[in-house]
Design a protein around this ligand. Structure first.
Ligand SMILES: C[C@@](CO)(OP(=O)(O)O)[C@H](O)COP(=O)(O)OP(=O)(O)OC[C@H]1O[C@@H](n2ccc(N)nc2=O)[C@H](O)[C@@H]1O
Ligand SMILES: Nc1ncnc2c1ncn2[C@@H]1O[C@H](COP(=O)(O)OP(=O)(O)O)[C@@H](O)[C@H]1O
Length: 275
């Protein structure tokens, strides 16, 4: 059985307050985009091991045990020991550490895939509970629909928003931004206008009303990331922003951009029509 975990972007990201546990409450809109990994699970013919992980595509750091798909399998195995030994084949296309939620999506799709393959009969709410135990934003990918997220990015409310027909350009330079450091550099503040209101307005008004609070400090440290955002606006983006804590920057366009991958040839760059 094969499935295709997709990425997300953040439309606006407001860091609201620091919590006593050190984490931050935030507000953002998560929007799914059609940039995908591939994830296949087959039954193992040799069941000496509970699982084997085979990763191809872009390289991932860490041991198989660190991979979120393995963590998802182990989590479900605690409650569903009847699951047989498996081979996991993963093709990584979504860049890691980009703010595109690739690892979180793999984890959520693994839960959905195992549920179906082994007929575990887990409902959506329960799958969201499992996903949330693997990472704050993982549960978003169970429903995978545009959502207003609050809390630490783990409480979701569906929003009526479609960017169908727009084109998105994603550019990720080879720069690592530490999420922890990015949070530490921010002075939390509640925005004057809620993102829920901003996204009801036309996309070409977003530029003046919606921002990612990580940008100021990340752009100061890495001017190359700021330059990518400027370039996307120069190419005619109606809205451009860094996603999550970076380092991927996206631009939303009314028309496709010709040869855009050549323009950003030093970076991971992909263009998609939004659905
Ligand atoms: C800010 C978002 C928004 O989408 O960024 P991206 O991951 O998409 O870039 C996410 O919520 C990020 O979640 P995630 O990437 O899972 O962060 P974690 O690994 O859980 O946390 C890394 C570190 O960031 C800080 N942290 C994280 C989330 C949060 N709401 N408040 C925090 O202060 C903590 O110091 C934590 O130790
Ligand atoms: N299947 C996976 N895909 C990508 N990253 C993974 C995966 N499993 C674990 N990770 C770890 O999660 C982190 C990146 O998470 P990811 O969700 O891709 O990025 P981001 O938090 O920037 O959106 C990396 O530290 C990576 O080592």
């Amino acid at each position: 059985m094969i499935t295709f975990p997709n990425a997300k972007i953040n439309l606006g990201l407001n860091i609201i307050e620091k919590r006593p546990d050190g984490y931050h409450n935030l507000e953002t809109i998560f929007y799914p985009i059609n940039l995908q990994d591939a994830l296949e699970v087959t039954r193992s013919t040799n069941s000496d091991k509970e699982y084997n992980l085979h990763v191809s595509g872009s390289a991932l750091d860490g041991e198989p045990e660190d991979n979120l798909v393995v963590k998802a399998y182990k989590l479900l195995k605690e409650d569903f020991p009847q699951m047989a030994a498996i081979e996991i084949h993963m093709y990584k296309h979504i860049p890691a550490g980009a703010g595109l939620g690739g690892g979180s999506s793999d984890a959520a799709y693994m839960i959905k895939l195992l549920n179906e393959k082994f007929a575990l009969n887990i409902n959506h709410a329960k799958m969201e509970e499992y996903a949330a135990r693997l990472g704050a934003d993982c549960a978003f990918f169970i429903q995978n629909k545009p959502a207003f997220a609050t809390g630490i990015g783990n409480i979701f409310e569906p929003v009526d928003l479609s960017l169908k027909g727009y084109h998105i350009v994603l550019v990720k330079p080879d720069i690592f931004v530490s999420t922890r450091d990015a949070f530490a550099a921010i002075k939390p503040q509640r925005p004057a206008v809620s993102l829920k209101e901003v996204i009801k307005q036309p996309v070409d008004t977003w530029k003046d009303n919606m921002q990612n609070d990580f940008e100021d400090s990340v752009f100061l440290k890495f001017p190359e990331i700021a330059a990518i955002k400027d370039e996307l606006y120069d190419l005619g983006a109606v809205y451009a922003s860094m996603s999550g804590s970076g380092s991927c920057v996206y631009g939303i366009f009314k028309e496709p951009i010709e040869n855009v991958e050549d323009k950003f040839c030093q970076c991971f760059c992909r263009q998609r029509e939004l659905e």
